[in-house]
Design a protein around this ligand. Structure first.
Ligand code: PLP
Length: 420
């Protein structure tokens, strides 16, 4: 069960992703190493969305005709699949959102603004994505709460602190989109709960790659995006502990979130509809349900093993270059399937453009984590991020391109650094 994917399975998986078969810039085979930005979609997901539009397009929870009933059934089935995937106690604790950003903002507006007061502390980390920073800055400005940060160890892992009674919320990423670090969520949840704080987990880079059990992790909120886990853009969800969600006011007002509207007021609908105002992203949520099925059929353990192999191999090969500085832990047990690095004084955007000419898609920049880059004293990094369909051969193509880049840019050594 814990074995990585074998060659035949990998071929079968790659066949499910039509986009991977293409050539770019003439004859360069596409190597897609930008999975942390968004993953590719298998035909099963594309077909599920097409099927909705071709055969049963209708609004959900409104009509009583056959198409509306089928659309509602499929939409709710997707919710049930997702709930099972993360082991949520009931489907009503899974709220569809457009993705991680919206899910975090939902908690910031509905829970934090109504529960926090001046001097309360929101504990985040140096490795958060802007989506898990800016909403808390906004909450701090609105409530007088204070932002604190958990420090980093030298290898890019978290130094889990003792928390204090002023801590009311710990908002932390499960896996860093820059360092790759996988954070000890259960340990953080225990530390938070010990002082009466809640924990919100940004699962954007976690759930595509790691088996998630929100009950075993004992988290209060878990936010994630569908498009990074083989699903469509505009899909995602927030899991929340039922009693918290029930006590929270709605995030947005509109159709579906109400039970009754009178001439001078309204009452709220039950969970999860209280938080799903307006016509939702129906095709996208159904597509996300199909993505969950796809991931489950292969098995998250298998995917993780595969990614560990690819990432370990990439880390080994990258260390052939004395000019390359890798950020984050070098131990694949502590990191997810991505590697961010700098290559001497070559600007990451120049390097990414060079890679593109070789048919290789990577990301360059601050990856929506400017405070982290500032802390590391760098402006930008180049990031290669892997997924279940990537191969060792593709890593070889990537390393060969790096050798070519070295010749092209005439890189000079700045010394090897492991971690930071
Ligand atoms: C760690 C992390 N959090 C949050 C987000 C935001 O996700 P989305 O743009 O899908 O809402 C991302 C996206 O890159 C991410 O990597």
């Amino acid at each position: 069960m814990n074995k990585p994917l074998d060659g035949v399975q990998l071929e079968e998986i790659r066949d499910d992703f039509p986009i991977l078969a293409q050539h770019l810039h003439g004859n360069k085979h596409l190597v897609y190493f930008d999975n942390a930005a968004t993953s590719q979609k298998p035909r099963q997901v594309i077909d599920a969305m097409n099927d909705y539009y071709r055969r049963y397009n209708a609004n959900v929870h409104r009509g009583i005709h056959a198409l509306a009933e089928r659309a509602t059934r499929e939409y709710e089935l997707a919710r049930q699949r997702i709930a099972k995937f993360i082991n949520a106690p009931t489907p009503e604790t899974v709220i569809f959102t457009r993705g991680t950003t919206e899910a975090i903002n939902l908690v910031a507006y509905s829970w934090a603004r109504t529960n926090l007061k001046p001097g309360d502390e929101i504990l985040i980390t140096w490795m958060e994505h802007h989506s898990n920073i800016v909403p808390w800055y906004q909450v701090a400005a609105a409530t007088g709460a204070v932002i604190k940060r958990i420090d980093l160890n030298a290898d890019g892992t978290l130094a889990v602190p003792e928390m204090n009674p002023r801590t009311k919320l710990v908002a932390v990423t499960q896996c860093s989109n820059v360092l790759g670090t996988i954070n000890p969520i259960r340990q953080l949840a225990d530390a938070a709960h010990k002082v009466g704080a809640l924990i919100l987990v940004d699962g954007a880079q976690g759930i595509p790659h790691l088996a998630v059990d929100v009950q075993a992790l004992d988290v209060d909120f878990y936010a994630f995006s569908g498009h990074k886990m083989l699903g469509p853009t505009g899909s995602g969800a927030l899991y929340g502990r039922r009693q918290l969600l029930e006590a929270m006011p709605p995030f947005m007002g509109g159709g579906e979130m109400i039970r009754e509207v009178t001439a001078d007021g309204f009452t709220c609908n039950d969970l999860p509809y209280k938080f799903e105002a307006g016509t939702p992203n129906i095709a996208e949520s159904i597509g996300l349900g199909a993505a969950v099925d796809y991931l489950q059929n292969i098995g998250l353990e298998k995917i993780r093993q595969h990614e560990k192999q690819i990432t370990g191999y990439a880390l080994d090969r990258l260390q052939e270059f004395v000019e390359i500085k890798i950020y984050g832990p070098l131990d694949v047990e502590k990191r997810g399937g991505l590697v961010s690095f700098t290559f001497s004084d070559i600007h990451p955007h120049d390097l990414a453009t060079f890679f593109d000419q070789e048919g290789i898609a990577v990301r360059a920049g601050h990856h929506c984590a400017m405070p982290l880059h500032k802390k590391l004293n760098i402006g930008a990094t180049t990031r290669a991020s892997f997924y279940l369909y990537n191969t060792r051969d593709e890593v070889d193509v990537f390393i060969a391109a790096l050798h070519n880049a070295k010749k092209f840019f005439g890189a000079c050594p700045t010394g090897r650094a492991l971690g930071f």
